[in-house]
Write a protein that binds this ligand. Structure first.
Ligand code: 5GP
Ligand code: ZN
Length: 120
């Protein structure tokens, strides 16, 4: 189900064009507009779930399977050396868009990226 005032619902539905890397019935994968590293992408479910507390198990399983596929494809395409796969829940944890999304962040040796969830 879509939520009218949600930017990620609009992007997932294709109403706002946003560098789509992959799309199927349930998801759209887009490039993050403020990338932490080259190729930083987001998996967006087309249905609106605010966060991990709300998303249903069936969709969550599909997210996990899709994240593996995307990480494998993107590793080949970008020739990156690793990946952070992360997801923030609630403002206190750094969530800024209240529509569930999984970050796929390619990492490159010595990329110097400062990622919130990296200790130090
Ligand atoms: P959060 O902080 O909620 O975990 O992540 C939100 C992410 O969405 C941020 O990395 C931010 O750069 C990205 N973002 C926010 N608004 C837009 C948008 O309109 N388009 C795209 N492509 N990315 C967005
Ligand atoms: Zn939404």
């Amino acid at each position: 189900m879509k939520k009218d005032d949600c930017i990620f619902c609009k992007i997932a539905a294709g109403e706002i064009p946003s560098g789509t890397l992959y799309e199927d019935e349930d998801f759209r994968v887009i490039l993050d507009r403020g990338p932490a590293t080259k190729g930083h992408a987001l998996i967006l479910p087309k249905n609106h779930f605010e966060d991990l507390y709300e998303i249903d198990e069936e969709t969550l399983k599909k997210v996990a399977v899709l994240s593996k596929k995307m990480v494998e494809k993107m590793t080949k395409a970008l020739k990156c050396d690793g990946f952070n796969v992360v997801q923030n829940n609630k403002e206190a944890a750094g969530q800024t868009v209240p529509h569930y999304h999984l970050h796929l962040i390619p990492r490159y040796k010595n990329d110097g990226a400062h990622i919130l969830w990296n200790p130090g």
